[in-house]
Design a protein around this ligand. Structure first.
Ligand SMILES: [Zn+2]
Length: 273
């Protein structure tokens, strides 16, 4: 299971701040979808975790089968989106020239990426970014350092940082170390600059402004959360908290539709419980 899988608990005591952050993410998401037709930026950053062979995983989880992975990419390609690296995405965003672009990212990154997703991406010649959690490298079920070194020799591959130990940064007393040292460790491993960062758990409720400023100070070009929104003039404004669309089994297409806040809450907390 992906570490960023949404919580399945329905009854949860939330502070005012938690509620504010949840609403913040939803406003970003819905407003971006609403405004996307008039926007000069039309981007999608996709986030995947596991790409597996087994089809018995439940819907709504951050897992997809190899076929679902291929189909999700084909589906987006049908709408005329250009598959680009994060460097290219960054350039397109700066120009704001209406190019429809999509960039593929993986978090954590499990070994099934190497076995199942990588061959598909090679075959399609699609660029991708791996947000690596440093402490997971060489652990059972995750990429090892040799694989990362091999992967990053491929021009399709970008490596990004996803902390040292995958904490919820908002409540982590070592947040600065997690951010700075993950960048440094990965730069030492692949001898390239690490320009991009993804927040573990990704919602604003796990992040906070203080953490976002810390990531900016660490020298990253931009950083990604999981607000489930497309990139538009609105959502692309905050380059250290850019939204990604999280692939979830059975509810991928829904994520590209505009929905009112209430509808979204119903869908999220009732339908996918
Ligand atoms: Zn993660």
């Amino acid at each position: 299971m992906g570490k960023d899988a949404p919580s399945k608990s329905i009854v949860k005591i939330m502070s005012f701040k938690d509620v504010y952050y949840i609403i913040y993410d939803d406003i970003i998401r819905n407003y971006s979808l609403f405004k996307s037709k008039r926007s000069n930026i039309h981007g999608i950053i996709l986030m995947y975790h596991h790409v597996i062979i087994d089809e018995n995983m439940p819907l709504g989880t951050c897992v997809c089968t190899v076929d679902e992975f291929k189909n999700s990419l084909d589906e987006i390609a049908k709408y005329g989106y250009k598959f680009v690296s994060l460097d290219e995405a960054n350039e397109i965003m700066k120009k704001g020239d209406n190019t429809k672009f999509v960039s593929i990212t993986f978090d954590d990154v499990p070994n099934d990426f190497y076995e199942n997703a990588y061959p598909v991406l090679l075959n399609k010649n699609f660029p991708f970014t791996l947000f690596l959690t440093v402490d997971y490298l060489n652990k059972e079920g995750y990429l090892n350092k040799e694989q990362v070194i091999e992967l990053c020799k491929n021009p399709l591959c970008t490596i990004g940082a996803h902390t040292l130990s995958h904490p919820q940064l908002r409540n982590c007393i070592y947040a600065e170390r997690e951010i700075y040292e993950s960048k440094e460790a990965l730069e030492n491993l692949i001898s390239k600059e690490i320009k991009y960062f993804a927040y573990p758990y990704g919602k604003m409720s796990s992040v906070s402004r203080k953490i976002i400023n810390m990531v900016a100070d660490a020298g990253f070009i931009c950083a990604f959360g999981t607000s489930d929104a497309p990139l538009s003039d609105i959502s692309g404004r905050d380059i250290y908290y850019l939204p990604r669309i999280v692939y979830q089994r059975g509810c991928f297409k829904d994520k590209f539709k505009y929905s009112f806040f209430a509808e979204y809450v119903v869908r999220r907390f009732l339908k996918h419980k």
